[in-house]
Write a protein that binds this ligand. Structure first.
Ligand SMILES: [Cu+2]
Length: 306
């Protein structure tokens, strides 16, 4: 086979391999197919995965076309002799209009899809369950409601009125990784509080995370779609022991969930108000102390974190 002929064959082969990889790679059941995303364990995560895959496919198709054109130009218009000067073209108006408009259109399409998925994932659907989550230096507190939920009490998250009359809590420490239990196929809303610095409450398998910001109550809802144990962590560098802000998510049936919350309550871990963190995060005074200016709202550095 002549060198030229071999070269002519090589380009379509590379393009075919790339496209084959693209088209075969869209299956959701392998990590390669999900393009390194975890397997979604939440209804909201499915939408995020679709966006992720779609964006990569669009970017790769664009990439293949651009690389193809680059290599085509490099080969086709290469200098063949030392004294050769190429045709001097000043401008090509239609081409310039095209390469200005095409990226703008692409950005609009990407942006549109992103906003749609974001609105969908963050939509306020009526929850079956509300958990007040506190992120503090350097662990998490989960407040589960006991008894009937009054969702209307959650309308203003900045007041002292909460959706439940009583709470059972689970508090993590520097040497204890807390568990967050969630009922499967039910929507749980997390209200996120920080008494100190910005944290980030994230669970990779739900394909979701959000900043936990002092002085404001962020929230999001998650509908876990399968039972299992998943990892969770803080995703915002928040100080020396940031890396210890791990937690374990247990997605279980409603019965197991209720049994777990009852267990916490029977162990005496109950309070009338959710524990929202302060100086003594483990004995819990709530944010009231902060308002009165009694403390910087931090865990006692060094004490609990040897
Ligand atoms: Cu943190």
């Amino acid at each position: 086979m002549s060198l030229q002929r071999r070269r002519r064959l090589r380009t379509p082969l590379v393009v075919a391999l790339l496209l084959g990889f693209l088209l075969s790679g869209c299956a959701d059941d392998t990590e390669a197919g999900r393009l390194a995303m975890p397997e979604p364990a939440s209804v909201q995560g499915e939408r995020t995965l679709d966006l992720w895959q779609g964006a990569w496919i669009a970017a790769l198709v664009t990439g293949v076309i651009v690389w193809g054109l680059i290599f085509y130009a490099v080969v086709k218009f290469r200098r063949r002799s030392d004294d050769e000067i190429p045709i001097q073209t000043r401008y090509n108006l239609p081409l310039e209009i095209f390469y200005t408009l095409a990226p703008v259109v692409m950005v609009i399409v990407f942006f549109n899809h992103t906003v749609k998925v974001q609105n969908d994932v963050l939509r306020d659907i009526p929850p079956d369950n509300i958990i007040e989550v506190t992120g503090q230096q350097w662990q998490w507190t989960f407040n589960y409601g006991l008894g009937e939920m009054d969702e209307s009490a959650d309308d203003d998250r900045y007041d002292d009125v909460y959706a439940y009359d009583e709470y059972a809590y689970e508090v993590g420490t520097g040497s204890y990784i807390p568990e967050l239990w969630l009922p499967v196929d039910e929507t749980t809303r997390f209200n996120l509080y920080s008494p100190d610095v910005i944290h980030n409450f994230g669970i990779p398998s739900f394909l979701m995370r959000m900043d936990v910001i002092p002085g404001r109550v962020n929230h999001y809802s998650i509908t876990p779609s399968r039972e299992g144990v998943f990892r969770g962590a803080c995703y915002e560098l928040c100080g020396v022991y940031h890396s210890r802000m791990l937690f374990e998510v247990h997605v279980v049936s409603r019965e197991e969930y209720d049994a777990h919350v009852d267990e916490l309550a029977e162990a005496g871990r109950t309070s009338e108000m959710p524990l929202l963190g302060s100086d003594e995060a483990y004995t819990q005074q709530g944010l009231g102390d902060l308002a009165e200016g009694e403390g910087p709202g931090r865990g006692q550095e060094g004490d609990d974190s040897e």
